[in-house]
Design a binder for this molecule. Structure first.
Ligand code: HEC
Ligand code: HEC
Length: 419
């Protein structure tokens, strides 16, 4: 069906190229020309036929678009529905194609693109969420997973998930022993941090299910059945020594959806602040109130080095350059400012630039004129008030205990630096 559509396109371009030939190429011999011409004639007739068969045509958009609003006219290939990405493409006059029978586009008289159908969206929307959304029914045992692993995964991920070369490890041993939360690691940098593998690091098991289903094996993603994925997940849980509901995941353990949803990953609380849910803003505030959450107790936003920063050497410098390249990465000298410093600057850098230095938090970035022009649509008293009392993700006083006057001074600095 697709072919005949192509033929149509080809035949119209033949007409076009013959016209060109006639004018540009005097050398072609008469006989050949005649044959070409007859061929084109027949093609032309065929095209005409096809066009008249189609009940509607829109002269402004090239090939005629069949009227498919009348469902009676539709036939399906082999009496079956043609499915591709969850969509059914009806066959009209022996022709099909997502654009050829683009009903919506036809009705809107736009001939490119159309809204995705619910089925198409469903075919792409294959997330598996921590709450179980998107997780299908199915089951598989550790033993089955072990076999599948040997067959499909071991070549890259090594024996028992130990990793090989630069392919990721799927375990670092007992997940509970390997796990230390991220907070602990920052406060006690000498402690061993969580090993960045599934068992000890990932907060949700749902990510593993989804990752294997959609991405693995690397060479043939989306080739595993749901049962196979359950079996592989069971196997990976077992090599990470993760318990489900207090029960060890041994060889004969059969994992299914219900049991899967009971998995509690050891590092599930290691990622903070918890910004989702109704307590999100309060959690964020409490998080930023405690400086030890994002440093070791002292804030440093700028010039945090005492003395000279360490110079990094490039390990294998490129040697055959003339003149030779330097193997030192030196930092450019910082120009000394002669202007007197704004009294709010230091405090800003220490207390506010964490959020206001970039737009990651949604805070108006100091120095960004547009962002501050919006803030300055309010009168100054309102802006002071918002900085003192907080506004949306902006914590009261930026999470500090600065006095009203100090806050106002910093706000003045921020405004002045953003004009
Ligand atoms: C041809 C090599 C190859 C094969 C075979 C393979 N993987 Fe992978 N796998 C990779 C690579 C490469 C990555 C890292 C991808 C990335 O980070 O973008 C990866 C990542 C993963 C991860 C995420 C690890 C992490 O901590 O980020 C899991 C889980 C995983 N694979 C499971 C499997 C399973 C289960 C199978 C067998 C069904 C399998 N893989 C087969 C190459 C492979
Ligand atoms: C935890 C991140 C964070 C910190 C720390 C922070 N801010 Fe903000 N700030 C925000 C966000 C986010 C907004 C945007 C709020 C909005 O408009 O929804 C904002 C907005 C503001 C505004 C504009 C208010 C308005 O009326 O639109 C001012 C002024 C301000 N902050 C001052 C400060 C000062 C002064 C400090 C330091 C003492 C500070 N902020 C520290 C996140 C922060």
């Amino acid at each position: 069906m697709y072919k005949s559509y192509l033929k149509k396109i080809v035949s119209s371009s033949v007409v076009a190229s013959v016209v060109l030939l006639g004018t540009a190429c005097n050398a072609s011999n008469d006989h050949d020309k005649k044959v070409e011409a007859t061929k084109v004639e027949t093609k032309k007739v065929e095209t005409k036929k096809a066009e008249t068969k189609a009940t509607t045509s829109n002269p402004s958009v090239g090939p005629a678009i069949p009227d498919v609003s009348d469902t009676v006219k539709r036939t399906y290939a082999n009496g079956k529905k043609v499915i591709d990405g969850g969509v059914t493409y009806p066959v009209v006059n022996g022709k099909t194609g997502s654009y050829y029978v683009n009903e919506k586009a036809h009705k809107l008289a736009l001939n490119y693109g159309r809204a995705a159908t619910p089925n198409e969206i469903k075919a792409w929307d294959i997330d598996v969420m921590p709450d179980g959304t998107g997780l299908p029914e199915g089951s598989g045992s550790v033993e089955e997973g072990d076999e599948l692993y040997e067959e499909k995964c071991v070549s890259c991920h090594g024996d028992f998930g130990a990793g090989s070369g630069s392919y990721p490890k799927l375990t670092a041993g007992n997940a509970y022993e390997m796990q230390k939360t991220l907070v602990n690691q920052r406060l006690n940098p000498d402690d061993e941090g969580p090993k960045r593998v599934f068992g000890s690091y990932w907060p949700h098991a749902s990510t593993l299910w989804w990752y294997i289903k959609t991405g693995m094996p690397h060479t043939a993603p989306m080739s595993l059945t749901n049962d196979e994925v359950y079996a592989l997940v069971a196997y990976i849980l077992s090599i990470n020594e993760i318990k489900i509901d207090g029960e060890a995941v041994e060889d004969d353990y059969v994992l299914n959806r219900e049991k899967f949803l009971k998995i509690k990953m050891p590092n599930r609380d290691g990622f903070i602040p918890k910004i989702d849910g109704p307590n999100g803003p309060d959690n964020a505030r409490a998080f930023y109130d405690d400086v030890t959450n994002y440093g070791n107790g002292t804030r440093c936003m700028k010039d945090c080095f005492d003395g000279e920063p360490k110079v990094q050497k490039i390990i294998t410098p490129i040697s055959d350059f003339s003149p030779p390249l330097s193997n030192e990465k030196s930092l450019p000298a910082t120009p000394k400012s002669t202007k007197a410093e704004h009294p709010g600057k230091k405090v800003y850098e220490k207390k506010c630039s964490l959020c206001h230095g970039n737009d990651a938090m949604g805070a108006p970035v100091v120095g960004n004129k547009d962002a501050w022009a919006k803030v300055l649509k309010q009168d100054k008293e309102t802006i002071y008030k918002n900085a003192i009392n907080g506004k949306n993700a902006m914590p009261p006083r930026g999470g500090t205990s600065l006095s009203d006057d100090e806050i106002k001074q910093v706000v003045d600095y921020m405004i002045e630096s953003s004009k």
